[in-house]
Ligand binder design. Structure first.
Ligand SMILES: C[S@@+](CC[C@H](N)C(=O)[O-])C[C@H]1O[C@@H](n2cnc3c(N)ncnc32)[C@H](O)[C@@H]1O
Length: 356
């Protein structure tokens, strides 16, 4: 058992490591902005519709959030320095490719072209809402190249804090698992993408059986590669609207950064599916964008986001009522808190379920 003093040293090491990483991605964020500015053909200007955080506010909030992240290490909720970044060489190659892709994605943004993916053969059988160039990214969610670049792209966008935002889910998960045998539990990550959270979860709970589900074959291939050193992981290619999983089969369901990419009715259907597969008494943890009113000073930034990135359902999402979505699926909202630019929402399936 780690002593409190060890935890404290680990916490400082983790905090220092995360600050360094955030500094690196903040530099990369500025560099990519600089490169796209020089490409000319700016997208049509927009007027901020509400308060926007300045660079100093963002820097202060980022530091405070990384300190909060480090408390997970101090409290023994997770071991330190779990960056999920791969080797330096892999990082270098991905970042170089991301930079090489900037002119192409920038042209797509200036021309508001969101249908490039509609020409790919991979779209067969996929729902229309999914077949779009989300964020104007090349290949949307459909190509191996997109899957390889996704994590450096989001870390660059979120100043190196994306992993830490996902890590917040470990708080309710550790409370839930405390006193139980992890080998006897089942966890499901809905829309697992490239498997970064599965990697984090297995880093803390190596014996926990985990299923990752996603609609993108390419992203699942990247997830498989990323988690290849871990055991007891099942990756399922399926639509979260209709999951090929048994009723009441999961103790823990997580779902990160999916809801804002779904049309409102699909969002509700996915919540019903998550409720169906959860066991009575099971835990649900959702992480997605902050919503309007969650953080004073950020509303203008949230409203501007879908003007800068192709996010067709985001504007609806930031005003949607997540607690009501849970309630409508037979789940009970427990609590929520802000995690930098995201919000963590925790709920439970009642032991005596009303709907199932
Ligand atoms: C913004 S990414 C988030 C990925 C991951 N959860 C993370 O934390 O990075 C959205 C993911 O949702 C997946 N997705 C979108 N619609 C889906 C659906 N109906 N069913 C399953 N996965 C879906 C996409 O393929 C993509 O991997």
């Amino acid at each position: 058992m780690a002593s409190a003093a060890n935890n404290r040293y680990d916490m400082y090491a983790h905090f220092a490591g995360q600050i360094t990483r955030a500094g690196f991605y903040t530099g990369l964020h500025r560099l990519t902005n600089e490169i796209t500015a020089r490409l000319g053909q700016r997208p049509p200007p927009f007027k901020p519709e509400g308060p926007m955080p300045g660079p100093i506010d963002l820097f202060r909030d980022l530091l405070a959030f990384l300190y909060e992240d480090a408390q997970l290490v101090r409290e023994g909720i997770c071991p330190p320095l779990d960056n999920q970044d791969g080797s330096l060489l892999q990082q270098f190659i991905r970042i170089r490719k991301m930079i090489q892709d900037l002119p192409v994605s920038h042209r797509r943004r200036t021309q508001r072209d969101v249908d490039e993916v509609a020409k790919l053969p991979e779209i067969e059988g996929l729902p229309d809402y999914f077949v779009q160039n989300f964020h104007y990214q090349t290949g949307g969610y459909l190509t191996d190249e997109s899957a390889r670049l996704y994590d450096v792209q989001v870390e660059t966008l979120f100043l190196g804090a994306t992993n830490a935002m996902r890590r917040q889910a470990l708080k309710p998960i550790s409370e839930f698992i405390h006193g139980r045998d992890q080998r006897q539990l089942a966890a499901l990550d809905v829309a697992c993408g490239t498997g970064r959270f599965i990697g984090q979860l297995k880093h803390v709970y190596p014996s926990l059986p985990v299923t990752g589900l996603d609609l993108s074959a390419a992203y699942l291939r990247e997830a498989k590669q990323h988690t290849r050193a871990r055991r007891n992981i099942r990756l399922v290619l399926a639509n979260a609207e209709e999951m090929p999983l048994a009723d009441r089969s999961q103790d823990i369901v997580t779902c990160f950064f999916l809801f804002h990419e779904l049309p409102p009715d699909v969002r509700r259907q996915v919540a019903r599916e998550m409720a169906r597969v959860l066991k009575p008494g099971g835990l649900i943890v959702l992480i997605d964008s902050l919503q309007l009113g969650d953080k004073p000073g950020y509303d203008g930034l949230l409203k501007a986001f879908p003007m800068r990135f192709h996010e067709p359902y985001y504007r609806h999402y930031i005003e949607d009522d997540v607690a009501a979505i849970l309630a409508g699926s037979g789940l009970v909202y427990s609590k929520s808190w802000n995690a930098l630019m995201s919000k963590v929402v925790v709920g439970r399936k009642p032991k005596r379920s009303l709907h199932h």
